[in-house]
Design a protein around this ligand. Structure first.
Ligand code: EPZ
Length: 416
């Protein structure tokens, strides 16, 4: 099992380039199943989840070619409209092939994702949306089987709660349905908008992506297209927080500041200096930090995927900060690990109360999920002495060469 060894205490200086967004790459790769023509995607990050999705597309029958950052997918025919358990158990976003498969070939068999460290994360909203479009869905042996022998019919659908991949799955099902589909209470994440832009390039008719109401006019077929996905706002946010926690001075390049407004507002509230020296660049300089509360919310609110990293920052801030997690029911697993490093955190249900500043000391810590691991790395950068972060395969799922990017900024970090 690989691990990171970090010697804390170094300020981060220099510039770092942000990779393409994992959570945009996953749905756009799945969208290639909607046409028999080739779809070419650029700025695809080389992370584990993408390799899993490529494996899944190949097992379904698509040809996939990958060369440094560009992926060419052609699903000339769908051989096996299935997402098997051994793939889904490593990456729950495999459920993103459900909508495209039902739309393209009228059937799909997708393993239920099962539990996840951060919460139950069911896909009931994906299923009920597909049923409303006319799919007949049964569940057996841990699999969902969906059939729509005479295709899907457009409908007005209301999501009981906002779901990012649920919105994406249903959008991909609706683009080939007969008639009009309206998605109400849809997710507004930039990755949803990015997927819609690809689908429109493929010939889909979509309005309102990025707002809570998305209108889709079904078409007969879709053609191939070429598209460059958006940069990863969570990776960018992670590096902004890494620079802030070490008191450094870093330029984050190739990012999209408009996707990070909630974090940028919070950083200036806690005393971090952030400015925009040029297009797609954010410059962040650490300072004496003061505490500020945060509540995670769906976009454009403060992203749940930056909550753990923000908690690490607040251990170094003067005062009390209350962090409220509203999206997932169990997303504080990084807190006990941070406490082992000396942080003063009290957990009360959906809230974590952090009192700072506390000088952290290096320790052996355990990753539990992708973003919790990032939080432990950030704490290791500022802790006194040596921190060993175990089970870093969690990090490799969503961060491209994170230790190389951090080392280039002056961090003393190595993978062993
Ligand atoms: C997406 O997951 C992201 N993953 C997650 O990023 C992110 O944390 C999450 O959105 C929230 O922003 C991808 O885009 C691949 P949801 P998703 O459906 O779509 C409940 C990362 O770190 N829910 O928006 O699975 C669910 O349990 C990952 O990159 C249902 O109850 O999240 C959760 O409490 C982690 N039924 C809430 O809604 C459903 O059918 C939001 O989940 C679907 C969701």
């Amino acid at each position: 099992m690989q691990r990171f060894i970090i010697q804390g205490g170094e300020e981060l200086h220099g510039e770092v380039w942000i990779s393409g967004a994992k959570n945009s790459a996953l749905p756009t790769l799945a969208a290639a199943l909607l046409t028999e023509e080739p779809v070419i995607l650029h700025r695809i990050p080389a992370v584990k989840d993408i390799q899993t999705m490529v494996q899944l597309l190949r097992s379904i029958g698509a040809t996939v070619e990958v060369e440094q950052g560009a992926v060419r997918v052609q699903a000339q025919q769908i051989l096996v409209p299935e997402a098997p358990y051994d793939l889904v158990k490593t990456m729950r976003a495999s459920s993103l092939v459900l909508g495209p498969l039902v739309a393209r070939c009228g059937r799909a068999r997708v393993s239920l994702p099962g539990g996840c460290a951060i919460g139950a994360r069911p896909i009931n909203l994906h299923v009920s949306g597909l049923e409303q479009l006319g799919a007949r869905i049964t569940q057996s042996h841990g699999y969902i089987e969906a059939v729509a022998p005479d295709g899907l019919a457009g409908k007005s659908i209301h999501f009981d709660r906002i779901t990012v991949t649920g919105t994406e799955d249903l959008m991909m099902a609706a683009v080939l349905a007969r008639g009009t589909t309206i998605l109400n209470n849809a997710a507004r994440e930039p990755e949803v908008k990015d997927l819609a832009e690809l689908l429109v390039k493929m010939g889909a008719r979509i309005e309102g992506a990025g707002t809570s109401t998305i209108r889709i006019e079904g078409v007969q077929t879709l053609r191939g297209a070429e598209h460059t996905i958006i940069p990863d706002r969570i990776e960018a946010g992670t590096f902004l927080l890494a620079a802030a926690i070490t008191g450094g001075d870093v330029r984050v390049k190739g990012c999209e500041p408009s996707h990070l407004e909630a974090l940028l507002a919070k950083l200036s509230q806690v005393g971090v200096m952030v400015d925009r020296p040029e297009e797609n660049t954010l410059r962040v300089r650490g300072a004496n930090l003061r505490s500020a509360d945060v509540t995670t919310e769906e976009h454009p609110g403060f992203p749940t995927d930056l909550q753990a990293q923000y908690m690490a920052l607040m251990t170094q801030a003067e005062g009390i900060s209350i962090i409220t997690e509203t999206i997932f029911e169990n997303r504080f697993m990084h807190a006990p690990e941070l406490m082992r490093m000396g942080a003063n955190i009290r957990l009360e249900g959906r809230q974590a109360i952090v009192a700072g500043p506390r000088q952290l000391s290096g320790a052996e810590v355990m990753s539990s999920d992708l973003r919790a691991s990032a939080s432990l790395v950030l704490a290791g950068l500022v802790a006194r002495g040596r921190t060993v972060v175990d089970r870093i395969y969690h990090l490799d799922r969503g961060y491209e060469k994170i230790e190389k990017k951090l080392a280039a900024l002056g961090a003393r970090i190595q993978r062993v």
